[in-house]
Design a protein around this ligand. Structure first.
Ligand code: PLP
Length: 381
């Protein structure tokens, strides 16, 4: 076990932490690599601190297991990867302010570009510095977010491809619905995207790397793999939804753990937690966990459970910023500082990111990215 990130001293590890299994992560990347055709480039999306698992740590495993490039959403994220000495291509997704362009050049980033004005600004800057900036043109095929509308994308592609200073390195788009059973809109997006690529080719331009798939698309829409896929969630062992195709052997790499801080007797009729949300129906034993919504654990009320001594202990009451109470009445031997699993496996049982998402009424993506930096990350090789 290596030192957790964020641990600035030899102080004892806080009894609430995210364990990240780097060898399972490596296995996941290997399984994904083996599942994909050998000519398919794999891009590892490590935005938002690698979905809470550590951007640099995920990126290192990714690059050691056949990943071609890294993708992030903002400059700080890209700089963190460069500061760690990672030299792989980095595609910066989203839109840039003009003031960010010099740093993009400095860090050697590949720029996503969605409209002509920013392409022009990037071109002027690159030319003035005698440099060339690699660009992936973003096409909006139905996400309604970033990119040039698929009907009118040729002007933007022309700006990027023809004038000096920029190099058209790729074109991409993004699915708005790839991980649900109904793939009809995804198929329409594929059609629109391929249509734009054809138009560009017919205009005599070289499209470069075409990419459209996120994890859901990678799993369920092989016809959309094209030249590269951009996957973030799947290598962490979490499927984008309950209905996507499975790859045998892919398992979650993150386990959220804490310890029982206190075990106490509560009398019938006593209340537990804020807002009188729980009143003991009988004499019972209650455990207090030193983790709460301030750590990014979902804010729940009388919902969900944790694993303790390989048993399920229900969450009671409303959890607080720093604490969560559980019913340990049926769990004999529960003692202060016993290890508790909030997400992950213990014994034969498990709690998934999807379970937490259901309790909170959100998606697995938010459960993972919600975990705050105050929860130390502990890496196992
Ligand atoms: C976040 C993101 C991805 C990765 O999606 P996953 O479902 O996590 O694989 C891919 N493409 C874009 C544009 C994104 O913003």
């Amino acid at each position: 076990m290596s030192d957790p990130t964020g641990q600035r001293s030899n102080r004892p590890l806080r009894p609430a932490w995210l364990e990240v299994d780097l060898s399972q992560m490596a296995k996941n990347f290997q399984l994904i690599r083996a599942d994909a055709s050998s000519s398919l480039a794999i891009g590892s999306v490590v935005k938002d601190a690698g979905y809470g698992h550590g951007a640099v740590e995920v990126a290192r495993v990714a690059l050691a297991h056949g990943v071609y490039c890294l993708l992030v959403s903002n400059l700080d994220e890209a700089a963190e990867l460069r500061d760690a000495g990672l030299k792989a291509p980095i595609l910066l997704m989203g839109e840039r302010m003009e003031s960010e362009l010099p740093t993009c050049l400095e860090l050697g980033l590949t720029l996503a570009v969605g409209h002509v004005q920013i392409a022009e600004a990037a071109r002027r800057l690159a030319v003035s510095l005698g440099q060339q900036l690699k660009v992936h043109v973003k096409i909006d095929t139905g996400m309604g977010r970033y990119g040039a509308h698929w009907d009118v994308a040729l002007e933007l592609v022309n700006t990027v491809a023809v004038l000096p200073g920029l190099r058209l390195d790729g074109m991409f788009s993004h699915f708005s619905m790839s991980d649900e059973l109904d793939k009809s809109f995804a198929r329409e997006q594929i059609r629109r995207f391929l249509c734009v690529c054809d138009t560009v080719q017919q205009a005599g331009l070289t499209v470069g790397c075409r990419h459209l798939c996120n994890s859901g698309g990678f799993l369920d829409l092989p016809e959309a793999h094209l030249d590269m896929v951009r996957i973030g969630l799947l290598p962490l062992g979490v499927y984008p939804s309950q209905v996507c195709r499975r790859i045998d052997g892919i398992e979650p790499v993150g386990t959220l753990k804490t310890r029982l801080a206190v075990v106490r007797d509560v009398r019938r009729g006593d209340n537990v937690g804020y807002g009188l949300r729980y009143q003991a129906p009988v004499d019972m034993r209650v455990g207090v966990l030193p983790i709460g919504y301030g750590d990014g654990y979902p804010r729940v009320r009388n919902e969900g459970f944790v694993l303790l001594n390989s048993r399920r202990a229900p969450i009671i009451g409303a959890n607080a910023m720093d604490s969560t109470m559980i019913d340990v009445t049926g769990i004999s031997g529960a003692t202060a500082w016993d290890e508790v699993v909030l997400m992950g496996r213990q014994g034969g049982d498990k709690i998934t990111a999807h379970d937490l998402a259901d309790w909170k009424g959100t998606v697995s993506y938010e459960v993972l990215t919600a975990l705050r930096s105050r929860v130390p990350r502990v890496y196992h090789q």
